[in-house]
Design a protein around this ligand. Structure first.
Ligand code: GDP
Ligand code: MG
Length: 393
């Protein structure tokens, strides 16, 4: 069902696609880049489909399904350091059961890249069975910002290449913003046999299938922030946090007798919550503020209006640790939203997998229901605000 938020996302995407000079988001450029990638698939030996481990299905590069058969494809769930460990394991199992070789990866971790190199070499050996000398090319494909260029760079750096070639290391552009890789580039990552990896631009069609897909893509950074309402996204994240188990880890190990948020009040004694010895005081304060809000909350999180109240109280309370209270009232909410999303995206507010595997889906239905409601409510409130502004101007 199209919700107002879906329609808004669609409208934003359409507007961007039609804007002259919108550059990387232009629909014809996306289509051309996609064609160039799909045309190369028959020519390469192996395709690594890079997905974001936090959204293993939402970050799928759908066009690959038709263009590439599963025997020459490996699904790489990158950014496992930001995802929920046990759900990552379930997802890997799930894809393997569908005959897609799959591995988890943290592209920033040397050992993780070495393990990927081992998997790729083994797979190429299997595909080139019986050939003593060969050259192989693999292609990295996926939606924007999943870490393709980081993987290409690190395979190139860590892969075994001759000493003479080490001095000629190239660098793919890595950026926290989507859409920075514009061309297909080749990087060598092995000698004897010669192995090459092709880094490609991220492909995300302008039309977004579903409101939740749009929100998840935006939260994980596949869609540029300035294209969406950060305040709404921050509220979406807070709903996910409030319905998760993550914040409960911010309590010291000996204080684990809590069960429901309403009963957490007794744990509110000073200094009780931060347990990860982080030196980052802002993170500590933000966690404590969020924990305090949930633990003192008497409402029922399954009730959408109560959830809405909790989120509003959290956004207000976060103005202090996020230093937004010094700003004009008009900017406070957006400052809180921007900073909160930044913390979430660096994994400092917990590890969340936003796509859930089948046996988790009953819970997911409920979570989606609550989130859906929140978005509708936000939309209605915005309309009320707008009407009030018009009425007073
Ligand atoms: N935490 C984390 N960040 C990553 C990982 N891989 C890439 N990134 C970050 O994600 C952002 C996008 O990476 P990039 O390689 O440019 O993605 P691309 O658009 O798919 O080429 C950059 O800020 C990277 O530093 C990872 O495994 N873990
Ligand atoms: Mg890139």
């Amino acid at each position: 069902m199209a919700t107002p938020f879906t329609r808004r996302l669609d409208a934003v995407a359409r507007e961007l696609a039609s804007k002259k000079g919108s550059g990387r988001w232009c629909a014809s450029r996306i289509a051309a880049a996609e064609r160039a990638i799909l045309d190369r698939i028959p020519l390469v030996d192996l395709v690594l489909e890079v997905r974001d481990a936090r959204i293993p299905t939402t970050s799928a590069f759908e066009s690959l399904r038709k263009a590439c058969c599963s025997h020459k494809q490996v699904i790489v769930l990158n950014k496992v350091d930001l995802a929920n460990d046990s759900l990552t394991k379930k997802w890997i199992e799930n894809f393997k059961n569908q005959n897609y070789p799959t591995c988890g990866l943290n592209a920033h971790n040397k050992d993780s890249i070495k393990e990927l190199l081992r998997i790729v070499r083994a797979k190429l050996k299997e595909l080139k069975f019986g050939q003593s000398k060969y050259t192989a090319t693999i292609l990295l494909a996926g939606i924007p910002n999943v870490g393709k260029s980081s993987i290409a760079n690190n395979m190139h750096q860590i892969g075994r290449i001759g000493a003479a070639e080490k001095g000629k290391l190239k660098h793919a552009v890595v950026s926290p913003y989507p859409g920075e890789t514009e061309d297909i580039s080749s990087y060598k990552f092995g000698s004897h046999p010669n192995l090459y990896v092709l880094d490609t631009p991220g492909i995300l069609r302008p039309e977004i299938a579903h409101y939740h897909s749009g929100a998840k893509l935006a939260l994980t950074g596949a869609i540029k922030d300035n294209l969406l309402d950060e305040h709404e996204l921050a509220r979406y994240f807070l709903a996910i946090l409030n319905l998760s188990e993550e914040y409960k880890r911010w309590v010291t190990p000996k204080d684990t007798t809590y069960s429901m948020p309403g009963s957490l009040e007794k744990h509110r004694r000073k200094g009780q919550y931060a347990s990860d010895f982080t030196q980052d005081f802002i993170v500590k304060d933000v966690r404590q503020t969020l924990f305090d809000c949930i633990s003192s909350f008497e409402g029922d999180l399954e009730n959408e209006c109560d959830m809405e109240r909790l989120i509003e109280s959290q956004i207000k309370a976060l103005q202090v640790p996020l230093k937004a209270s010094l700003e004009s009232s008009a900017h406070r909410h957006s400052t809180v939203a921007t900073k909160l999303l930044k913390l979430y995206r660096t994994g400092r507010l917990g590890h969340y997998t936003l796509d859930l595997v089948k046996d988790e889906q009953c819970h997911q239905c409920h979570v989606h229901w609550v989130l859906h409601f929140l978005v509708l409510l936000a939309w209605e409130m915005e309309k009320l605000d707008a009407n009030a502004t018009v009425a007073t101007s």
